[in-house]
Design a protein around this ligand. Structure first.
Ligand SMILES: CC(C)(COP(=O)(O)OP(=O)(O)OC[C@H]1O[C@@H](n2cnc3c(N)ncnc32)[C@H](O)[C@@H]1OP(=O)(O)O)[C@@H](O)C(=O)NCCC(=O)NCCS
Length: 147
C-alpha cells in the first residue's frame, strides 16, 4: 500500500490541498502557511498527508499532522512523524512539543509524554497554536529528539 509513498518537503503549491486535508479532518487552518508546514506524504502523486513544524531555537512545535481518511491506518502518520523527527534533529532541535485534542494516545505510542500546561517552555507557550487552543481541550506533550 505504501510502496509508492513519498515523504518530501512541502512546496508552496501544496498549500491549497494541504489546507483542504486539514479542514476535512477538523484541524485548525487559520494560521497555516507554507513556512509552518514541513513535510507532505504523496501517494501516487496525490497529497495524502502532511505535518508542520515551528522552530524556536532548540525547541520545535509539531503541528498540523493529518492523513486523509481514505489512507489512514497504513503507517503514513508514523512515517511523517519519524521523518519530522529526523528533520528536526538536523535543524538543531532537541525537544519536540505538541498540542492535541484527541490524538494523545496516538502520540504516546510514538514516544511522546503528556506534560502539564504549566511545563510549556516560554516559546511554546507564546506560540499562536498554544494560545488559540482551549486548555481544557488540548493535551500538551513533548519528546526529546536529541541524538
Ligand atoms: C492521527 C493520524 C494522523 C494518524 O495517521 P495514520 O496514518 O492513520 O496513523 P498510523 O497508520 O501511523 O497509525 C495507525 C494507528 O494509530 C491509531 N490511531 C489513529 N488515530 C488515533 C488517535 N486519535 N488516538 C489513538 N490512536 C489513534 C489507529 O487506530 C492505528 O492503530 P493500530 O495500529 O493499532 O491499528 C490520522 O488518524 C489523522 O489524520 N487524524 C485526524 C487528524 C488528527 O487527529 N491529527 C493529529 C492532531 S495534532
Amino acid at each position: 500500500m505504501t510502496r509508492d509513498l513519498k515523504i518530501r518537503p512541502v512546496q508552496p503549491n501544496d498549500l491549497k490541498a494541504g489546507i483542504t486535508l486539514l479542514s476535512d479532518a477538523g484541524l485548525p487552518t487559520a494560521d497555516v502557511s507554507v513556512e509552518r508546514l514541513a513535510l507532505v506524504a504523496e501517494l501516487n502523486g496525490q497529497l495524502v498527508g502532511l505535518i508542520g513544524l515551528e522552530q524556536y531555537g532548540a525547541l520545535g512545535l509539531l503541528r498540523s499532522l493529518v492523513v486523509d481518511a481514505g489512507n489512514q491506518g497504513y503507517g503514513i502518520g508514523q512515517q511523517l512523524v519519524d521523518s519530522l523527527e529526523r528533520l528536526a534533529t538536523t535543524s538543531g532541535i532537541r525537544e519536540l512539543w505538541l498540542l492535541t485534542i484527541d490524538a494523545d494516545r496516538y502520540f504516546e505510542r510514538l514516544g511522546f509524554f503528556r506534560q502539564a500546561r504549566s511545563a510549556a517552555p516560554g516559546a511554546i507557550a507564546a506560540s499562536e497554536e498554544f494560545s488559540s487552543l482551549c486548555p481544557d481541550d488540548a493535551v500538551l506533550m513533548s519528546k526529546s529528539v536529541a541524538s
